[in-house]
Design a protein around this ligand. Structure first.
Ligand code: HH2
Length: 302
């Protein structure tokens, strides 16, 4: 997948079509989160009704998401694994429903299991977001290669149940960079084309507050890997520690980290609060990337 159009409400693919201005420069992509789980850390239970999840995806796209990331297994610290059949029962009707809407956005399946990813791809997903970077299920790499879909390989230290138990690194950025490089190499060896791969340092996945901040501060070092960097700070606990805010009140802090990450080279932003981050990135892109923004809608307050 290429990076998405900077224009709000436009999908990544909008950047590929020739319009009046010719090919648009591709600046960033917002990936909106659709969790179909009872226990996700910030929105667990909010969208476990399939119709509510589908409607939520529609709303995220109207707010500027070019990808919707559908997940059926929480990876919050301490989470227990979910059997594939249960995960499939959660996500498949939602992927089918979103695909049926014909939204101007791509569907991502957030899973570490090849059976779940295969069914989601059959139903219309074109992107596999694996928080284990193909370590949990090596068949997932071959599936991504065979089906010629895009993927995100993320860093996680350990596994969700234990990852926040005293995480340590020699140098958090160097260690994660080496990990991502090695996982990218493994994916390519399994047949995944390099241009299909995006990389994510895994904010909050086996990281202390200081690790997360160090990663944000030095994110530009990961761009040397030559692939788009995905960043997922949305509503995470380190933002709660910094602001004192409850999990559903972290949209502003998320937008702030998205701007920092954009300035340091991140190009895909996985967020729950799409509207807030879309506004923040519109301003950031105009400032840092000299990308003039024309809003696709205007709002007034009476
Ligand atoms: N974070 C979460 C889940 N998937 N994928 C990528 N690529 N990057 C991330 O940072 C990331 C991710 C955790 O957030 P959420 O889905 O809201 O929570 P939960 O795992 O509890 O469902």
């Amino acid at each position: 997948m290429r990076e998405g159009s900077a224009r709000r409400g436009r999908p990544a693919s909008a950047g590929r079509s020739r319009g009046r201005m010719g090919y648009r420069r591709l600046v960033y992509t917002i990936m909106g989160v659709v969790n179909v789980t009872p226990d996700s850390f910030s929105d667990g239970g909010a969208f476990d009704d399939h119709l509510a999840a589908i409607a939520h995806a529609r709303r995220l796209v109207s707010e500027g998401a070019a990808i919707v990331d559908v997940g059926g297994e929480s990876t919050r610290p301490g989470a227990d694994p979910v059997p594939a059949a249960e995960e499939l029962a959660r996500v498949l009707p939602v992927v089918e429903g979103i695909a049926g809407l014909g939204l101007p956005a791509r569907i991502s399946i957030d899973t570490m299991k090849s059976d779940v990813a295969a069914a989601a791809i059959d139903a219309g997903a074109g992107y596999v977001n694996d928080v284990t970077a193909f370590r949990h299920d090596p068949d997932l790499a071959a599936l991504v290669a065979d089906r010629e879909v895009d993927c995100c390989l993320m860093h996680m230290l350990g596994e969700p149940r234990t990852m926040q138990d005293d995480p340590r690194y020699d140098d958090v950025v160097d260690d994660i960079k080496a990990f991502l490089e090695q996982r990218m190499k493994a994916a390519v060896e399994a047949g995944v084309r390099e241009e299909r791969i995006q990389l994510d340092p895994g904010i909050g996945f086996g990281k202390t507050l200081e690790h997360n901040l160090e990663l944000l501060r030095r994110l530009d070092e990961l761009t040397a890997l030559g692939r788009p960097i995905v960043i997922g700070t949305s509503r995470k606990s380190f933002l709660g520690r910094l602001t004192g805010r409850d999990v559903t009140e972290r949209a502003h802090a998320t937008a702030a980290t998205s701007v920092i990450a954009f300035e340091r080279g991140a190009r895909v932003f996985r967020v729950h609060d799409v509207a807030a981050t879309a506004d923040a990135l519109a301003v950031a892109a105009a400032t840092f990337a000299r990308w003039p923004q024309t809003p696709t809608r205007t709002t007034t307050t009476s």
